[in-house]
Design a protein around this ligand. Structure first.
Ligand code: HEC
Length: 203
């Protein structure tokens, strides 16, 4: 008989295992000098972006993993170039997924609502693993007089297969690297993203 919990948890386990592997790979290269091609070039005139230098510095990319950018800890991050006119694939994809699955509760552009917190602020302190954990397992504020529930998306492939994309978009919002606009020009969809998407959706 099919074991439901195995089926439900498999995509997440695979994603976490992958993240762990790439984290190790990046650590081995920590000693390399910063690569200027990885630096962000933001739109200084976008007042909706609310730049946060501390979050921005922590999110600095140290590696281009074939179109997926990684910070010094190996976690996914954004890459904004051309004075804020061009974004990496994951930021773009995350923008679209966010506005399909999350904005009804968390408000457009991660701005928050009366029901759910502003994720542009949450991602200033939430780490990658915490974010993935909440996304998969949900969260409930038991102390609140009104019961407000973050649903568990662990068995929703339209969310979990794009968990990194969502993280990258919201991290860019938290850092103020991206404002309240729809991304236009973007980097090409990486081969790795195509493969991972196919395996995740089909597995
Ligand atoms: C049905 C409404 C609803 C939907 C849809 C929803 N959330 Fe939530 N989310 C909530 C609520 C309510 C909370 C606050 C729960 C709490 O604090 O106990 C929350 C909390 C969170 C948190 C923790 C924030 C913090 O500051 O600790 C994260 C991260 C999060 N949601 C991400 C997402 C993402 C990403 C999506 C889209 C895939 C999403 N949520 C979709 C209602 C929702």
């Amino acid at each position: 008989m099919l074991n439901l919990s195995t089926f439900v948890l498999r995509p997440l386990t695979a994603a976490l295992a992958l993240a762990a592997v790439s984290a190790v790979a990046v650590h081995a290269e920590d000693a390399k000098p910063a690569d200027s091609a990885l630096a962000n070039s933001l739109n200084a005139d976008d007042k909706t972006a609310e730049k946060d230098d501390k979050v921005l510095a922590a999110a600095a990319a140290v590696k281009d993993d074939g179109g997926k950018y990684r910070d010094k800890d190996g976690n996914p991050t954004f890459h904004v170039t051309n004075n804020g006119k061009k974004v990496d694939w994951y930021l773009y994809s995350g923008y679209r997924r966010y506005h399909a699955e999350c904005h009804v509760c968390h408000g457009p552009d991660g701005m928050g609502s009366t029901y759910a917190p502003a994720l542009k602020d949450s991602l200033k302190h939430l780490g990658y693993e915490e974010f993935i954990g909440i996304l998969a397992g949900g969260k409930q504020d038991v102390s609140a007089s009104e019961q407000k529930v973050m649903p568990a998306f662990g068995d929703n492939k339209n969310v979990m297969c794009y968990a990194d994309d969502l993280y990258v978009y919201l991290r860019a919002r938290a850092a103020g690297a991206w404002g309240r606009t729809r991304p236009g020009d973007k980097e090409e969809k990486p081969e790795a993203a195509k493969t991972a998407e196919k395996e995740c959706l089909g597995g």
